[in-house]
Design a protein around this ligand. Structure first.
Ligand code: SF4
Ligand code: SF4
Length: 448
């Protein structure tokens, strides 16, 4: 069977957050495959743990993706500060043609546009994807999963970090569909009763207080913060409030644009202009919305740059949605050209930690095995880009670890989903499949 078929059968999707089905990337023909181990979201350190402890599988996955895509160059991107992981990869790369790309400790070093430019010197065309310049970018955990899938072991677990207000910050594998409650328990529980969770990242991640939410193939982990933390007030404003404050308080200082990583790479992203769409000019929102088109929602403008604590990233998100709803497109015609100040305006992670008032939560999250078998898992059918997977099991069915639970939607983008543990299917709905675990199954379902 071809590599790409095995990847498809194994339900591999982008584990770095995008959830794009990896078999589609594996079908392309490119020159470079880039292993993305930049891990730039503060406080989450799962990728560096994986690189420290599972380098052989990551490199095997990289080799397989290169074979599948016909790539001749394989590059591993990792931050210079991760000395242990770098030493391990240097050793592992000896005598191979793979290259190591050491990255500075900046945010967002892991953005595909940034990584492609740093690794190849090429700029992705405005609105394009790495494929447009002969590259495939895959997160290191995705490559780990590729290696497993080609050995007929599908994606059933997720590697996550849990940090912040927990007794034992750590990284570990959990069966898909495990609850956030299970994750916090394995991290020793929280150190404060009044807390919130940032899911998968401080800047680009979501926000939750629901312990019954479950882990998907794109979840990077949980960051537990006090309920009255500065970031909570920044992330819980209503759209109406954000717009009202932005409309009255934005003085068009342009700090948001001057720090924007996409603007500095030469793309026509200008959040200060998008702020004008909040209607403090008479020109109309449509004209100003277009300056959000190439925004990657990294969050720097809102959470780092704006001296008034306004919400330019959210204004950009609204602008992109409004353009999409109206079927309006904007195409930058000028070729991107890197801003002369780009290297001087990069945002160091240390500054970001201070600005976001989370420096005290910055600790290592070492890999720990032995996540206990959850009593049940709730497997979401939509945990990847594309359409939801289609259940192939019915309520009452018995399933064994690795069994297919839900298949690819016909003729559509999507991914298969497999059972992370043995048990009985107790519920199949339009959005999830619930499995109650058989008693006595080994720790966490299977050994990853
Ligand atoms: S940084 Fe803030 S105040 Fe300045 S232009 Fe941007 S949104 Fe307005
Ligand atoms: S979120 Fe802000 S800083 Fe980030 S790409 Fe969009 S406009 Fe630029």
């Amino acid at each position: 069977m071809q590599i790409v078929e095995k990847i498809k059968n194994g339900g591999v999707v982008g584990a770095g957050g995008g959830g794009f089905p990896t078999h589609i990337k594996g079908q392309s023909q490119v020159e470079y495959v880039l292993a993305n181990g930049a891990e730039c979201e503060p406080l989450i350190h799962k990728d560096v743990e994986l690189m420290t402890h599972r380098s052989a599988e990551i490199l095997d996955g990289l080799q397989l993706m290169m074979e599948s895509t016909g790539a001749t160059r394989g590059v591993v991107g990792i931050k210079k500060k991760n000395h242990n992981a770098i030493a391990i990869f240097r050793q592992a790369l000896q005598g191979t043609d793979f290259e190591l790309l050491e990255l500075g400790d900046f945010y967002p070093a892991g953005d595909e546009y940034e990584l492609v430019q740093l690794a190849t010197g090429r700029l992705i065309p405005p609105g394009g994807i790495p494929l447009d310049v002969g590259c495939v970018v895959s997160n290191v955990e995705t490559l780990f999963n590729v290696s497993k899938a080609v050995k007929d072991s599908p994606v059933t677990h997720k590697f996550v970090s849990v940090a912040g207000l927990v007794k034992e910050p750590k990284s570990f594998w959990v069966p898909l569909g495990s609850s956030y409650r299970d994750l916090l328990d394995f991290a020793g529980g929280t150190t404060q009763s009044d807390f919130v969770m940032l899911v998968s990242g401080v800047l680009m991640g979501g926000f939750s207080t629901d312990l019954d939410e479950v882990v998907t193939k794109t979840c990077a982990g949980l960051i537990v913060l006090p309920a009255d933390h500065y970031l909570v007030s920044r992330k819980t404003r209503s759209t109406e409030q954000m717009n009202r404050i932005g409309k009255s308080a934005c003085d068009q200082c342009t700090a948001c644009t001057e720090i924007c990583p996409r603007y500095l790479l030469g793309y026509d992203v200008q959040p200060h202009k998008v702020m004008r769409s909040l209607s403090f000019t008479t020109s109309g929102a449509d004209y100003w919305n277009k300056f959000a088109t190439y925004c990657c929602s990294c969050g720097l403008c809102t959470l780092y740059a704006c001296p008034e604590d306004l919400f330019p990233r959210e204004a950009c998100d609204q602008a992109k949605k409004s353009m999409q709803d109206a079927g309006v497109q904007y195409q930058q015609t000028k070729a991107p050209k890197i801003h002369s100040m780009k290297n001087y305006r990069r945002v160091p992670t240390k500054s970001l930690l201070r600005r976001l008032r989370i420096a005290k939560y910055e600790v290592s999250t070492p890999l720990v095995e032995g996540f206990p078998l959850p009593g049940e898992v709730r497997i979401l059918l939509q945990q990847h880009a594309g359409k939801p997977a289609v259940p192939v099991v019915k309520t009452g069915a018995s399933v064994t670890t690795d069994d297919l639970l839900a298949d690819l939607p016909e003729n559509s983008l999507g991914a298969r989903i497999h059972a992370p543990l043995s048990g009985q299917v107790t519920e199949v709905t339009a959005t999830y499949i619930r499995i109650v675990a058989d008693a006595g199954t080994e720790s966490g379902g299977k050994v990853v």
